[in-house]
Design a protein. Structure first.
Length: 202
């Protein structure tokens, strides 16, 4: 990230004023952007689907080795609560959508956790969801992060290559089906398709 910011400041000949690596206010949760604002007001944004940071993140190239053998990637946790993003939100009632800015999943793992969740309801909107479905689509509750054989090579390049070289070597273009799902279908249409399929199955 530091190399990317330095690269932006150099090519735009300006000092950085603000940086958001997950700008949901301008792209929504599904297609959030990485945005930089420079002194003078100039703003640039890059979609997460065409961004080196997210490309190597999703590929598991910069994840800690410990994350690939975590003992807590299961529904039974040692903490009182578990927090995460509610993935595939189109499978849940529209009322929990959160205006497109993202919805968090909170799981109470103990009586104390239940008490905390009850208190949270006083300051935020909380909706109960199907736990089995929520857990099913949360990969960290089912399996460890995938191991990448190229992690060592990437981490070495990160120390020696400049940003342009890193991008040329490691940025992977997203498949067309992913772009179609994100930009053409969107959560609203995916929700309608999902509901129609479930209705037919009944």
């Amino acid at each position: 990230m530091r190399k990317y910011i330095a690269y932006l400041c150099r090519i735009h000949s300006a000092r950085l004023k603000n940086f958001a690596y997950r700008d949901k206010f301008n792209g929504g949760w599904e297609n959030f952007l990485m945005s930089a604002v420079f002194e003078g007001g100039r703003r640039i944004s890059v979609s997460r689907w065409f961004n080196l940071f997210y490309s190597v993140w999703f590929a598991g190239l910069m994840s800690r080795p410990a994350c690939q053998k975590c003992r807590f990637c299961r529904r039974e946790r040692v903490g009182d609560i578990s927090l995460g993003d509610l993935w595939r939100i189109f499978k849940f009632p529209r009322k929990i959508y959160g205006g497109g800015l993202g919805t968090s999943l909170i799981i109470a793992n103990s009586p104390k956790g239940c008490s905390v969740c009850a208190q949270l309801g006083k300051s935020m909107r909380i909706c109960r969801v199907d736990e089995k479905l929520a857990v099913c689509i949360q990969r960290p509750l089912r399996q460890n992060m995938a191991h990448s054989e190229k992690r060592g090579e990437f981490m070495s390049d990160l120390q020696t290559l400049d940003y342009r070289s890193l991008k040329a070597k490691w940025l992977k273009r997203p498949p067309l089906r992913l772009l179609f799902s994100a930009y053409v279908l969107g959560d609203t249409l995916k929700r309608a398709i999902y509901n129609a399929i479930n209705f037919i199955k009944k």
